[in-house]
Design a protein around this ligand. Structure first.
Ligand code: NAD
Length: 367
């Protein structure tokens, strides 16, 4: 298969981690007989330095022409970098908002996985972390409270602010379909999270999700109120497979789920539109504090590349191979500095490696 991939190395550790992800993709291409065609584009600070803006129309056109986009991360140190003296619409992050809008990316996928080997990094009680967990949060990205009408005005002499939470049935249906499609590639369970005991938008959400569920008889659907879900994530995260939810609930729950894994350098993500197209990137930022030192953990980006193979190209075997290589590298005791254990006792059995060495190890396991 020919895979046409636009890469956005971006800023900070972005170029280092994207280089490693490409190395791993090349190894997969060689092992399984595919052709990877990459084109790099500039975004964020890297684009500001060359073009004066965080994303050009040419770069957007390149991204639109590709099958998928693989991104590192963008942005610099927000206190010291000259990029943050620019007006907000010219700063690095504006490039990200622009590309999400241009590509109509409405579904955000964030897996949160606790690997046995990293269980000691999990902040939950040992009897909970011992069970492990592997969930994926499917968050609606373009509707709800963050995009509704808002105003602040004086009412009866008091300042009063209003935000509106709007969802149409079409917006709910398209994200629900994505959620069930993804569940079909996983353990076939969807937990739809809402606040249907209070909100009309949630009651519509529940109705449409139930309608969509009828087309997926193999998938088990359950509904959960958002406050309960926030508790269950720390009480019994192993119960979840796909959590399907609206924009603001997803924003909060996906950060909570990331935190309970305890390892930010391991977390991948994807944003999809209603075709097979997707933008794949690690959940973490550009880590300017460690940029250029060859110590960043490339695994989140490598796992994002695996998601790209699975969800854009339907190459499940190839994605499995990358995920198995990641697991093996951990089992064999290799760690970048961010996932090194804290105690001297545990450190004894571990081998600390840099960013490029981690990439080389993953390549060797795929070969
Ligand atoms: P960050 O995620 O970049 O870093 C937080 C901490 O985690 C730092 O100590 C960093 O060294 C560490 N870290 C992050 N990724 C790591 C990795 N792969 N390996 C090892 N350690 C890692 O968050 P921040 O410091 O708040 O943000 C830095 C910049 O990134 C800002 O400009 C922010 O706007 C940007 N950002 C970009 C994105 C994106 O491109 N989607 C997302 C979040 C933040």
């Amino acid at each position: 298969m020919d895979l046409n991939i636009v890469c956005i190395p971006g800023d900070g550790i972005g170029p280092e981690i994207v280089t490693e992800a490409k190395k791993v993709l090349d190894a997969v291409a060689k092992a399984y007989g595919h052709n990877m065609n990459y084109k790099d584009i500039l975004m964020g600070g890297a684009s500001i330095d060359v073009h004066g803006i965080p994303l050009t129309d040419e770069a957007i056109a390149d991204a639109k022409a590709a099958d998928a986009v693989l991104m590192g991360s963008i942005g610099g140190n927000t206190s010291t970098s000259p990029w943050y003296k620019l007006p907000p619409e010219k700063r690095p992050e504006a490039g990200l908002l622009k590309i999400r809008k241009a590509l109509n990316l409405f579904a955000n996928l964030r897996p949160a996985v606790l690997y046995d080997e990293l269980a000691s990094a999990c902040p939950l009680k040992e009897e909970i972390s011992a069970k492990g967990f592997d969930m994926l949060i499917m968050r609606e990205l373009t509707g709800g409270l963050y995009f509704g009408e808002r105003k602040t005005e004086e009412v009866n002499g008091k300042l009063t602010a209003v935000d509106t939470l709007t969802y149409s049935e079409d917006e709910i249906r398209r994200i629900a379909i994505k959620g069930f499609d993804v569940a079909m590639k996983r353990r076939k369970k969807v937990t739809s999270v809402d606040k249907a005991n209070v909100l009309d938008s949630s009651r519509l959400w529940r109705k449409i999700v139930e309608e969509v569920a009828k087309d997926y008889p193999e998938v088990t659907l359950e509904h959960m109120l958002v406050d309960n879900c926030a508790m269950q994530l720390v009480k019994d995260p192993a119960q979840f497979d796909v959590i399907l939810t609206e924009n603001m609930f997803g924003d909060i729950l996906s950060d909570e789920a990331s935190m309970v894994t305890g390892s930010i350098g391991m977390l991948s993500s994807a944003s999809l539109n209603d075709t097979k197209f997707g933008l794949y990137e690690p959940s973490h930022g550009s880590a300017p504090d460690i940029a250029g030192k060859n110590i960043a953990n490339p695994i989140a980006t490598v796992l994002s590349a695996a998601m790209m193979l699975r969800y854009t190209f339907d190459l499940d075997k190839e994605a499995d191979a990358i995920e198995a290589a990641v697991k093996k590298v951990l089992t064999d005791g290799y760690r970048t500095v961010d996932i090194m254990p804290q105690t001297e006792e545990e450190k004894k059995n571990m081998k600390q490696v840099g960013c490029s060495e981690m990439g080389d190890l993953l390549v060797s396991y795929i070969q």
